[in-house]
Design a binder for this molecule. Structure first.
Ligand code: IMP
Length: 499
C-alpha cells in the first residue's frame, strides 16, 4: 500500500513568526546575515560563505554575468545558467572572475579603423561612454588609445570618421602597470583627475580599466563577496548529462561553486555526477532538488556540499500540474532541516540547505531562514530588476520584464529533465511569462534586507543561526490570513498592497 503523509503539504503563507523579547542591543544595525553555503565540520569555518542569504536561480532569464556581478557586489551569489553551450557559460564565468572589485575587463571591441558610428553603437549596447581601442579589437589587445564622449561631437563629426582621428592616443594617456593595487590606481585617478585609468602589462596589452565610479561603488559595498584575489565569487549550474565536458571548462574559468540543476534530484544520475566532480575537482558542489529526508540523505551521502529543497513551488513552475509531483515548500523544508540537524548531531558535519523557489513576499525569506534554510534561491524576485538579462517591455501603462521557466519550450533546457535518452520533452514543466519591472537590484535588496533584519530583531536574533534556534513559528488559520493584510478600510494607494 502506498505511503500516506499524515499532514497536508504546507507552504510559507500558512505560517507566521511570533516575537521573542527584543533586547536593546538587538537592532537592525547589529544584525549579521552571513551564512554558510558549503558543508563544514563542527568548529571549522566553511570554505565559502555568503554575506547575505540570497542566490539567484539557475535560469536563462535571471543569472548571467551581469546579475552575478551585481549580486556578488551586494554579498550574494548567482548560479550562471547551464542551458547554454559549455563555452558560452564558461565565458560568462570568466567575465565575472575577470571583474575584480574595481578592476573591469574592457567590453569594447574597437580598433583605430572603426568609426564614430561604431563608437555610438557600442555606447548604445554597453551603456558605457568610455571605450578602449586596441590593435586587434580584443579586450586584451595592445592598447592604442581611449575614446570618451568628450572626444567627439555627434552634431559636427561625420559618422564615418575613423577612431584613430579622435581617440586619445596611448602616448598621451596616464596608465597603471599590471599588479597595481586598487588604492594605487585610485591615487592616480585622483592625482590626474581621470574618470578611467587603463591598466596595461609590460607589452602594453590591456588588462583592466579602473573607473572612478566603480572605485566609489566598491567603497560603498562593504558586503561584497570576494575571493582571495578580490574577484567576485560566482556559481554555475550543471546538468547530469554533459558534466564531463562542462565541469572542466567551468573550473578552468574559475567557478567557485557548482550546483546540479534539476527539478528532481533524488536520482542515480545526480549521485554519478557528484561522484565525478568530487573525485576529479576540489570545487564545492550542491545538488537537488529534494523535498524529503530520504532525498536529502541520498545526496549528502553521494557527496553534496549543500542541498537544494523545493519541487513545484517556483513561480513559473507547472511541474505539479503536469506531473502531480512536489510538496508544499514549507513542509519540504521543515522535514529536510530535521534530517540535516540529525545528520549534524551524528556526524559533526553541517550541510547548508537552500530553499529554492516559491518566495512570494519578503517575509517568506525570513520564514525560510527561521525554518532552518541557510540561504534562499529566487528566480522571479531577481527577474524583475534591471540587471536580469531579459527585455524590459511596456504593457499598457506598466513596464514588465520577461521571465520564463527552464522547463518551458522557450528555454529548451531538456537536459534538466530525465527524458529517457530523448533530446526533447513531450510536455513543458514551466511557462513563459512577464513579471512587473521593479528597478535596480541594490535598492530592492536594501528594502528586503531591511525587513528581514527588522523581523529578526522582533525574534530577538542577531544572526541567522540564532534565528533558527530561537524562532517560534505558528500556523495560521485560513480565516486569520484575512486580518494579516489591510482590511475593512478603503485604501488610498494601491501600492500598499505590494511587497
Ligand atoms: P521562483 O523564485 O518562485 O521564481 O522559483 C525559481 C525556481 O523555480 C528555480 O530556482 C528552479 O528551481 C525552479 N524552476 C525554474 N524553471 C522552472 C520550470 O520551468 N519548471 C519548474 N521549475 C522551474
Amino acid at each position: 500500500m502506498a505511503y500516506y503523509y499524515k499532514e497536508p503539504s504546507r507552504t510559507f503563507s500558512e505560517f507566521l513568526l511570533v516575537p521573542n523579547l527584543t533586547t536593546k542591543d538587538c537592532h537592525p544595525g547589529n544584525v549579521s546575515l552571513k551564512t554558510p553555503i558549503v558543508k563544514f565540520k563542527r568548529g571549522e569555518q566553511p570554505s565559502v560563505s555568503l554575506n547575505i542569504p540570497f542566490s539567484s536561480a539557475v535560469m536563462q532569464a535571471v543569472s548571467d554575468h551581469n546579475m552575478a556581478v551585481a549580486l556578488a557586489r551586494c554579498g550574494g551569489i548567482s548560479f550562471i545558467f547551464g542551458s547554454q553551450p559549455v563555452e558560452e557559460q564558461a565565458a560568462m564565468v570568466r567575465k565575472v572572475k575577470g571583474h575584480k572589485a574595481g578592476f573591469v575587463v574592457s567590453r569594447s571591441n574597437l580598433t583605430p579603423d572603426h568609426t564614430l558610428r561604431d563608437v555610438l553603437d557600442l555606447k548604445q549596447r554597453t551603456g558605457h561612454s568610455t571605450a578602449a581601442v586596441t590593435d586587434d579589437g580584443t579586450p586584451t589587445g595592445k592598447l592604442l588609445g581611449i575614446v570618451t564622449s568628450r572626444d567627439y561631437r555627434t552634431s559636427r563629426d561625420p559618422l564615418d570618421k575613423p577612431v584613430r582621428d579622435f581617440m586619445t592616443p596611448f602616448s598621451s594617456l596616464i596608465y597603471g602597470k599590471s599588479g597595481i593595487t586598487l588604492s594605487e590606481a585610485n591615487d592616480l585617478i585622483w592625482e590626474h583627475k581621470l574618470n578611467c585609468l587603463p591598466i596595461v602589462n609590460e607589452r602594453q596589452h590591456l588588462d583592466y580599466l579602473v573607473f572612478r565610479k566603480d572605485y566609489d561603488a566598491h567603497k560603498e559595498n562593504p558586503y561584497e563577496l570576494l575571493d582571495a584575489n578580490k574577484s567576485y565569487i560566482v556559481g554555475a549550474g550543471i546538468n547530469t548529462k554533459d558534466y564531463e565536458e562542462r565541469v572542466p571548462a567551468l573550473v578552468a574559468a574559475g567557478v567557485d561553486v557548482l550546483v546540479i540543476d534539476s527539478s528532481d534530484g533524488y536520482t542515480e544520475y545526480q549521485r554519478e555526477t557528484l561522484q565525478y566532480v568530487k573525485s576529479n575537482f576540489g570545487v564545492p558542489i550542491g545538488a537537488g532538488n529534494v523535498v524529503d529526508r530520504e532525498g536529502f540523505l541520498y545526496l549528502v551521502e553521494s557527496g553534496a556540499d549543500f542541498v537544494k529543497v523545493g519541487i513545484g513551488g517556483g513561480s513559473i513552475c507547472i511541474t505539479r500540474e503536469q506531473k502531480g509531483i512536489g510538496r508544499g515548500q514549507a513542509s519540504a523544508l521543515i522535514e529536510v532541516v530535521e534530517a540535516r540537524d540529525e545528520y549534524y548531531a551524528e556526524t559533526g558535519i553541517y550541510i547548508p540547505i537552500c530553499s529554492d523557489g516559491g518566495i512570494v513576499h519578503d517575509y517568506h525569506i525570513t520564514l525560510a531562514l527561521a525554518m532552518g534554510a541557510d540561504f534562499v534561491m529566487m528566480g522571479r524576485y531577481f527577474a524583475r530588476f534591471d540587471e536580469s538579462p531579459t527585455r524590459k517591455l511596456k504593457v499598457g501603462n506598466n513596464f514588465v520584464k520577461e521571465f520564463w521557466g527552464e522547463g518551458s519550450n522557450r528555454a529548451r533546457n531538456w537536459q534538466r529533465y530525465d527524458t529517457g535518452g530523448k533530446q526533447t520533452l513531450l510536455f513543458e514543466e514551466g511557462v513563459d511569462s512577464y513579471v512587473p519591472y521593479a528597478g535596480g537590484l541594490q535598492e530592492n535588496l536594501d528594502k528586503t534586507i531591511g525587513k528581514i533584519k527588522s523581523t529578526m530583531c522582533n525574534c530577538g536574533a542577531l544572526t541567522i543561526e540564532e534565528l533558527q534556534r530561537k524562532a517560534r513559528i505558528t500556523l495560521v488559520s485560513a480565516t486569520s490570513i484575512v486580518e494579516g493584510g489591510a482590511h475593512d478600510v478603503i485604501l488610498k494607494e494601491s501600492s500598499l498592497s505590494g511587497e
